[in-house]
Design a protein around this ligand. Sequence first.
Ligand code: F6P
Length: 319
Amino acid sequence: IKHIGVFTSGGDSPGMNAALYAIAKSAEAKGIKISGFRKGYEGLIDGDLVPLASHELKKITQKGGTILKTARSKRFLELEGRKKALQTLKANNIDALIAIGGDGTFKGLLAFSEICGIPFIGIPGTIDNDIFGADYTLGFDSAVNTAIENIDKIKDTAESHNRVFIVEVMGRDSGYIAIHSGLMVGADSILIPESGKDFIYLLDKVKNYDSEDAFLVVVSEGDELGAELVSSKIKEVNPNVDLRITKLGHVQRGGNPSALDRMLGIRLGVAAVNAISQGKKNAMVGILNNQLHLTPFEEVVKQHQVDNELYELLELFGK
Ligand code: F6P
């Protein structure tokens, strides 16, 4: 392998820059040239690539976002787009590819592998933590830290006014950010997409709520109700509540990566280059039980499940 291409794709997440630094550093140590495609699959299609050097990347390892920029490419979903991407790889003599992103990114690589035979290695980069084959995805820890920092502040004002507060957190179809942040801020109720009718317990609790304290609900954006519906259901059973909604939104995607995410970026970046050097292909590097693992893309894109221990915690604290 002489020339590796790398790109970030899907939603950005804190720690992506640390991973890029590690990839460049490790490739340089092996005498491999490294180039970055800008804006995810879009850059691959358009031949928008820049040389990467570890001494430059070292300066931005602590920064959130991705210096390569990112996108959710519609064109790459079409065979025509993938054919153009193949031409880009050939024209630039790129003989391996590393992608940092979520399950949509890996589905893209699987489709691309039907027409392109060079090795592809993935790194799980999404705040949602919904990737099979990784205990933690790059950016999840930082996003949860941002969420709890902000919900702690909301709790101060909620308690001062004895208000019901509904805080909606990100996560798409996954409740990981909601469970983790909800547990850590002492929420009275945590609603996640994976567990269906949890709001019944919430309504039971809030029916008898006497306005002598705050009542904090953390709801995942992917929950079937969402913040507004939860709010109207609460008002149906207890019309007297003084209620406010806060949606944390994209603030959860930004900010400097936590220590854990910087370390994860460094470990996974180096592991991705090692995997390519060892002749591995079409798999994602991830950390399971603190050990590096390679999981084939076919497995990675399967439905990710919330593990049982977390459900038990949810039962105990969030209902
Ligand atoms: O996948 C990361 C994520 O932040 C999800 O939690 C959220 O649903 C989505 O991306 C938002 O996407 P966009 O930035 O395109 O609005």
